[in-house]
Design a protein around this ligand. Structure first.
Ligand code: URA
Length: 486
């Protein structure tokens, strides 16, 4: 089987479907990935089996007919694992996955849930490496400004992922930077966003990029000022920001100097602290934030991303996403476990319920702006799990300035507060959601107050859950109508 260069999910799916339909065990199959630009048997199906490349057994010889091979019904865990592992650079990935799927179809339905199985264990490690690579790409792509064309700013970035993650990582950039035209070039392929369309292209080689720009200078100045010498931990830094990414990170060139100067700066801080001992003052933290003067949403996001969390746990900031100036902005409480993993709001169970309700209300994820009152996941570790903790009123207050600034830049017609924490962040007051649901002024915004989707998930009674869900869909429908009329 010859698959397209990269993570050929469609080709692999079609191939496996046909192999299973033909009852051909994995040991009889040899897999190969085509080189970049090498014509592959595109898209699976008849093509994949009908026009073999040199040295490849024709499908008929293997007794297979791919066209019309029935779709496989696989457990979700298998499909998720396969989607990730297909991005791995290990040439053995196809054979390993094929074996997994074969065993599942031969009766081991729960196989992917058994981490003690050596195959599952190996695939799990590969999936983890891919997830990490995607995370690194989201965190470490740095765009350079190329100037303006037809009134839109153009940006380009060079990035070298370890695995074939371009297609999996690209949607993040589309939702994060919808208002500018950009391209990310990698040795595995390119992706560009122009005229509101995401387009993929062939592998690129490292381009000569302009040396810095206005935004980069601002970012470097901010990075240097936000660097806390007392918390500098070079080995942790190298784990979080491995050296191989440094050539493409403008801030990396500051690091050696900052680390070198850290002991002297710590000594200076300690001396200052001894002279004037004082407690951590939330008012001052908020006042310090108000000193920051970002001039765009991108700058604000860079500040938020570089700032330490104000809550316990919080590994990274999960920023808002969506188009500028939408009809609706939806504000939740804080990212959860999965949002923290993926770096995107509303992708976990509560997010999935929200997406379902939005779809029923005629709203698409792409059309609305999604964000949270608190930008970090507050949790306590329990064994291997991370248990969500509700933010305190004081913590919500800490994050308020950012939320207000964010909504100033995004300028939605109507803001929907999902639950009490969002309402508190937007109004400064505690509101009783069940009693006060409906159109509601939210600070400076025209607004609408409704449930948080997690509240619906937590209702123990099926009937109550159904009723609250219908009310939630009705609220979203009403908010949409209000925003359209505004
Ligand atoms: N709950 C929230 O409030 N926000 C998210 O992003 C996810 C779950």
């Amino acid at each position: 089987m010859v698959l397209r260069f990269g993570a050929d999910r469609a080709g692999f799916r079609a191939a496996v479907r046909a192999l299973v339909a033909a009852q051909l065990p994995p040991a009889h199959v040899v897999w190969r990935m085509a080189g970049p630009g090498e014509p592959a048997m595109e898209g699976g199906g008849a093509d994949l089996f009908g026009t073999p490349g040199p040295g490849i057994a024709p499908a008929e010889a293997a007794g297979m007919v791919a066209d019309g091979a029935p779709a496989l019904s696989l457990p979700r865990a298998v499909a998720t694992l396969a989607d990730l592992v297909l991005c791995h650079r290990d040439p053995a990935r196809f054979a390993l996955l094929c074996t997994l799927i074969w065993r599942v179809t031969q009766g081991e339905r729960q196989l992917a849930d058994n981490p003690a199985d050596p195959l599952v264990h190996r695939l799990g490690r590969m999936a983890k490496a891919v997830r990490r690579d995607i995370h690194k790409m989201h965190a470490f792509v740095r765009f350079k400004a190329l100037g303006t064309e037809n009134g839109r700013e153009r940006f380009v970035a060079w990035f070298e992922p370890e695995h074939f993650i371009l297609e999996a990582a690209a949607p993040f950039f589309r939702t994060r930077f919808p208002a500018m035209d950009w391209a990310i070039l990698t040795p595995h392929g390119t992706v560009g966003w122009k005229d509101h369309t995401l387009a993929f292209g062939p592998p690129a080689s490292r381009p000569t990029l302009p040396e810095g720009d206005g935004f980069e200078e601002g970012w470097l100045a901010y990075y240097a000022s936000a660097f806390n010498p007392a918390r500098a931990n070079p080995s942790m830094m190298r784990t979080e920001m491995p050296k191989k990414y440094w050539p493409n990170l403008p801030e990396a060139r500051l690091i050696p100097g900052l680390l070198e100067g850290a002991p002297a700066r710590v000594a200076e801080m300690l001396a200052r602290q001894a002279a004037a001992p004082r407690k951590r003052d939330p008012q001052k933290a908020v006042a310090a934030m108000a000193q920051q003067a970002p001039s765009s949403l991108e700058e604000l996001n860079a500040l938020i991303a570089a700032s330490p969390a104000f809550v316990a746990g919080g590994t990274r900031a999960v920023l808002g996403e969506g188009p500028p100036h939408p009809r609706l902005a939806l504000v939740g409480e804080q990212p959860g476990d999965q949002e923290d993993e993926e770096g995107r709001p509303f992708v976990g169970p509560a997010g999935q319920l929200l997406m379902k309700a939005m779809a029923e209300a005629g709203l698409s994820r792409e059309a609305v702006y999604l964000t949270n009152a608190v930008k970090h996941f507050k949790f306590v570790p329990r064994g291997t799990r991370r248990l969500h903790q509700k933010p305190t009123a004081g913590e919500v207050k800490h994050y308020r300035w950012w939320l207000e600034k964010e909504l100033d830049f995004v300028r939605p017609r109507l803001v929907v507060a999902l639950g009490g924490t969002a309402a508190l962040a937007l109004t400064g007051k505690a509101l009783a959601v069940t009693r006060e649901r409906g159109p509601h002024r939210l600070g400076v915004h025209e607004g609408y107050l409704t449930f948080h989707p997690s509240y619906l998930l937590r209702l123990p009674e099926e009937a109550a859950r159904r009723e609250a869900y219908s009310a939630f869909v009705a609220d979203l429908t009403a908010a949409k109508a209000l925003a359209e009329a505004a």
